[in-house]
Write a protein that binds this ligand. Structure first.
Ligand code: AHM
Ligand code: MG
Length: 339
């Protein structure tokens, strides 16, 4: 069977459906090329000397792994000279990274988590790259962009996606016209469209949450998981299965393909009040994909894509996946905190 390439898909989107501009198309191609390079580096593992920690901390106070930093460098280098960006922001960099003056500047902003699932890097479990593309606000024309120009709600994303480095390397992408999954043919070096128009089943009987945090959860989350655990004889009337990979890309990838609900909720720990996951380069791109696939994504009470960010590294609670189940959890939150 002949598969469409990523380039062909993007050219068609640009020409026929006008869902992507020429410079965003080029930008997505550049990001996807960087993901190929990250995939190659990840797959070398111990043979490439890329495992282990660097001993440095990122802005969130997390120990950086060698591959976190290498992946960040690959994305920066690939995207600096192409002419479609004004600046980038990354989980691994405290401040935004404006395009150096030696290169032409464009009208887009790129945000990324270069290697998500850092705790899985050294144990050969799936990890990934998450990215989000925004446009430079109109009032920034003719001046250097600042962090404030990045602070746009997720509804303004023009494209988002992730690459997952697992048994296969895949790129899952939305330009606002559904969700497409491309598998990397590593012999040819091409991304081939293998998963067209991914849709999340509305119902599910599978949840993903780190159960070791149960004692810190808020009441609506406790109530929902408790009802799942009661199975057939409980109020939800069915038996639930549980999965937790601890790589959001891998958990979301499963949910896009067979349904489910993913939760990294806010909790009562001092470090958990705002949630663990980052709004602008983790929650927003994943929420865009999930909504484009027919699912829902909330922070507990509110739609994630509507949140007005206050900072590039801001955190949020994340509950996303199959529509009916996310709406149930939202209703449980609204019952205690009316919207
Ligand atoms: P990272 O960006 O530092 O890798 O952290 C994000 C990851 C997510 O991929 C995953 O869902 C979560 O952290 C797992 O957290 P925990 O180890 O608390 O279960
Ligand atoms: Mg991450």
């Amino acid at each position: 069977m002949k598969h469409k390439t990523l380039t062909q898909y993007l050219v068609e989107q640009q020409r026929e459906h006008k869902s992507v501009s020429a410079d965003v198309r080029l930008l997505i191609e550049t990001v996807s090329r960087a993901c190929k390079a990250i995939s190659t580096t990840v797959h070398k593992g111990a043979l490439g000397g890329v495992l282990g920690s660097l001993g440095t901390e990122n802005v969130q106070g997390e120990i950086q792994k060698k591959l976190d930093v290498l992946s960040n460098e690959i994305l920066l280098e690939a995207n600096e000279w192409g002419g479609s960006l004004a600046a980038m922001a990354s989980e691994e960099m405290e401040t935004i990274h404006p395009i150096p003056n030696e290169y032409p500047k464009g009208q887009n902003l790129l945000l990324f988590d270069p290697l998500d699932g850092s705790s899985n890097i050294d144990v050969n479990v799936s990890i990934g790259t998450i990215f989000s593309i925004l446009q430079v606000p109109a009032d920034a024309a003719g001046r250097d962009v600042t962090e404030a120009d990045f602070l746009q709600p997720g509804t303004r994303q023009v494209a988002a996606g992730y690459a997952v480095y697992g048994p296969q390397t895949m790129l899952v992408l939305t330009v606002g016209a559904g969700v497409m999954g491309f598998t990397l043919d590593s012999e040819m070096g091409s991304w081939l469209l293998t998963h067209e128009n991914i849709r999340i089943p509305e119902q599910t009987a599978e949840f993903a949450i780190n159960m070791s945090n149960m004692r810190h959860w808020e009441a609506p989350v406790k109530r929902y998981i408790d009802e799942c655990l009661q199975g057939e004889s409980g109020p939800l009337g069915k038996n639930y299965n549980m999965r937790w990979i601890a790589s959001m890309v891998a958990d979301v990838h499963r949910i896009l393909n067979r349904g489910g609900i993913f939760m990294y909720p806010r909790d009562s720990r001092p470090s958990g009040h705002k949630g663990k996951l980052r709004l602008m380069y983790e929650a927003n791109p994943m929420s865009f994909l999930v909504e484009q696939a027919g699912g829902r994504a909330i922070d507990g009470t509110k739609r994630i894509l509507d949140i007005q960010p206050q900072a590039v590294h801001e955190r949020t609670g994340v509950i996303l996946g199959s529509r009916a189940e996310v709406e149930r959890v939202q209703a449980y939150h609204q019952a205690v905190t009316p919207a």
